[in-house]
Ligand binder design. Structure first.
Ligand SMILES: *Cc1c(COP(=O)(O)O)cnc(C)c1O
Length: 391
């Protein structure tokens, strides 16, 4: 059979759209009819549905996952001199928001099996910041700021797999730190019977089109059970509004989600649980066919992943990806450069070898096609081809 007959997409938003189009068009027409493009009724309906889905008290929709992270840090008053701990094996946005507020990202290496923040390294890094001792754990260079004050931890649920929150939350308690879950990739995953997005003090998720739950543009949300924090973030979302939008009580941003995007998300939520099931079906078959030949991301017993990406590790990544792409199988690399090696963060003065696991992952990892509509024969074809081209 000709390889191209399999018509394999890396993610397949077109197939998804086919399933929701008639109802989606009705929803969009309703928005066009009522004309409340900013903070229309769909925004509030979505927030209610998100809270119900997660079992969380407050859902605050917003303009992107990046702004969701940013607003939580702003609400916590994060500023220059504060240390915010996060992993270098993530998307730029996770650490960018820390620097944007003038605070300092302190990187913590990841676990080689889960690719998520290693709680042992986290505690070492916190202790090193407190003691100011560079010999205990690699720290950002002292830029004349002096001793940093530990404030916040941002664990990332990488590829849709929740981080080790039991350990991380207890370390946070011990040192009095705030935990912000970067759930941009993990909406729909579970950890100890709770939903990702509801595993710490607050969480940020993204509705970027390619995320497990995506809209047709930029979007995101903050989740929290903390009433006061929620109120602050709702204010920050609309220019720091007080009693009304021309009463401004703090510095905020324009961080709202469009009504049209909320309408898209409401329709996609209808089929979301089925899609999560399907993603897990795809991942299970991949793991069964590839498990003995490649290093995979390990899902601990107390979690489920939502498989934002299905990633594997191999020394000969480049060669394998090229061969697969030639045979019509798309692949991608998340992330080719660890954050501590990014030019934008060179001012932190980290060395390449400071975070060896993250470094090795970025050199060896690549992702296979993953979406809820991959068929069994397509998955078999991808795996057969992969095993054939593997040196
Ligand atoms: C996508 C992503 C973000 C940012 O979300 P946007 O909606 O694109 O701003 C943040 N963190 C992680 C881990 C992501 O994957």
């Amino acid at each position: 059979m000709n390889d191209t007959n399999f018509n394999i997409q890396f993610t397949d938003l077109a197939e998804q759209q086919k399933r929701i189009l008639p109802n989606l068009e009705k929803r969009l027409s309703r928005v066009l009819a009522h004309g409340k493009y900013i903070m229309g009724p769909e925004v509030f309906e979505l927030e209610e549905k998100l809270s119900e889905f997660l079992g969380v008290k407050h859902s605050i929709s917003c303009s992107s996952g990046t702004d969701a992270l940013l607003m939580v840090l702003m609400a916590n008053g994060i500023h220059s001199g504060d240390a915010v701990f996060t992993t270098p094996f993530s998307f730029m946005a996770t650490a960018e928001v820390i620097s944007f507020l003038g605070a300092t990202p302190v990187f913590v290496d990841v676990d080689p099996k889960t690719f998520n923040m290693d709680p042992i390294c986290l505690e070492k890094a916190i202790k090193a910041v407190i003691s100011g001792s560079f010999s205990d754990y690699p720290l950002p260079k002292d830029d004349g700021i002096g001793r940093l004050l530990p404030k916040c931890i941002i664990p990332v649920d990488i590829f849709g797999l929740p981080a080790a929150y039991e350990q991380i939350n207890s370390i946070a308690d011990k040192y009095g730190l705030f935990v912000l879950e970067d759930a941009a990739q993990s909406f729909g995953a579970q950890y100890q019977k709770k939903k990702a997005g509801n595993l710490s003090h607050a969480a940020a998720t993204s509705f970027f089109p390619a995320k497990p739950l995506g809209c047709y543009g930029d979007g995101g949300a903050v989740f929290t059970n903390d009433d006061r924090l929620a109120e602050k973030i709702r204010s920050i979302r609309v220019h720091g509004k007080g009693t009304d939008k021309y009463d401004n009580v703090r510095i905020g941003i324009n961080g709202r989600l469009d009504t049209l995007q909320a309408a898209v998300l409401l329709e996609k939520l209808e089929i979301f649980e089925k899609e999560v099931e399907n993603r897990n079906r795809v991942a299970a078959l991949y793991s069964r066919l590839l498990g003995q030949y490649l290093e995979l991301q390990t899902v601990p017993d107390d979690c489920t992943s939502v498989w934002a990406q299905y990633s594997v590790r191999h020394d000969m990544k480049k060669q394998i990806m090229e061969s697969l792409n030639k045979k019509g199988i798309p692949t991608a690399v998340y992330y080719p450069k660890s954050l501590h090696c990014q030019t934008a963060f060179s001012y932190l003065g980290y060395l390449k070898d400071d975070f060896p696991i993250s470094q090795i992952l970025s050199e060896r990892i690549f992702s296979l096609p993953m979406h809820p509509y991959l068929e069994k024969d397509q998955i078999h074809h991808i795996c057969d081809t992969l095993l054939k081209v593997m040196p």
